[in-house]
Design a protein around this ligand. Structure first.
Ligand code: SAM
Length: 290
């Protein structure tokens, strides 16, 4: 059975994700809502008119951009209070993610107006889906500051984070940003470059930060289009004390129980008994290599 079509509900704000390249990447529910709302608030009405016309939708458009977000939000809130239904879209991807949308979403929620998210494409989720990050944790940063000094200072504050960080970058600042990433975070960290997601020249390249500039400069086409950068977190420091405790425990466990081994290893290495007991349990259950 096909799920039934949706119709926009009066007095409701819909936050609608739209394609980040391939126009087919739009959900059926997004189309239902865009067809039936009273008004589509758009970052660039010409861009959104193109998307709507590709799907035969003739919607009334209203400009909602970064520099008129406050004023436009006030007008849109008024329309919502009068009972109009509104869809908010950005040029590409999910509104509110490095795009306008936050001011209206918050103001509507605080005014008790239903705010309904319509999930769909976002460059960050699209990249992460193929990045193969096993740790399961990451942070999204978005765009770094444009000025070199501010950018480097910001990177210094991010340097200690131990999980990968996701950046957005435009082609104009790509080389400077990659150079600063290597200079501030160190050249050994792994980088994933995702270029032109869902588009004709979609490309992924993984390398160390110190190798990235050479790769990008090796072919001008590699610097064209839109980019997401995923940079590995701070390398985990080698803990010499723990390594020694592990070695001692492994020997003791040949003849002693985990609790006895932990007690003796604590006396030999000076490490905490509880931590050594957990480690001993881990070593006891881990498969042997030989
Ligand atoms: N709201 C969007 C989202 O949900 O991903 C992001 C909009 S932000 C203004 C534009 C930036 O997102 C680009 O400069 C680029 O870093 C990233 N981006 C958007 N579309 C992309 C694509 N097709 N390929 C690679 N990066 C993309």
């Amino acid at each position: 059975m096909q799920p039934s079509e949706f119709r926009a509900v009066p007095g409701t704000l819909y936050i609608v994700a739209t394609p980040i390249g391939n126009l087919r990447d739009i959900t059926l529910r997004a189309l239902d809502i865009l067809k039936t709302v009273d008004l589509v608030a758009a970052e660039d009405t010409r861009v959104s008119a193109g998307l709507l016309s590709a799907y035969g939708i003739d919607a009334k458009l209203f400009s909602y951009r970064e520099h008129n977000e406050q004023a436009a939000s006030a007008v849109l809130l008024e329309r919502l209070r009068e009972g109009r239904s509104i869809a908010l879209v950005s040029d590409a991807g999910t509104p509110g993610i490095s795009d306008p949308g936050a001011v209206l979403a918050r103001a509507a929620r605080e005014a008790g107006i239903p705010v309904v998210p319509l999930p769909g494409p976002s460059a960050v989720a699209t990249t992460l889906s193929v990045a193969g990050l096993e740790a399961g944790h990451w942070q999204f940063y978005g765009f770094l500051p444009h000025k070199a000094g501010d950018r480097r200072r910001e990177l210094e504050t991010l340097a200690g984070f131990e999980w990968p960080t996701v950046f957005y970058e435009s082609p104009h600042r790509l080389l400077e940003t990659v150079a600063d990433l290597a200079a501030v975070l160190g050249g050994e960290r792994q980088l994933l470059i995702a270029r032109e997601l869902t588009k004709r020249f979609e490309e992924f390249h993984a390398c160390r930060l110190k190798e990235a500039l050479d790769w990008l400069q090796g072919d001008e086409n590699r610097q064209r289009g839109e980019f997401v950068l995923v940079v590995d977190g701070r390398p985990v420091e080698h803990d010499a004390g723990l390594e020694e405790a592990r070695r001692v425990l492994a020997i003791l466990l040949d003849d002693l129980s985990p609790s006895q081994a932990a007690r003796v290893a604590a006396r030999i290495t000076g490490a905490k008994k509880n931590a050594l007991y957990d480690l001993a349990q881990e070593l006891k259950t881990a498969p042997k290599n030989d």
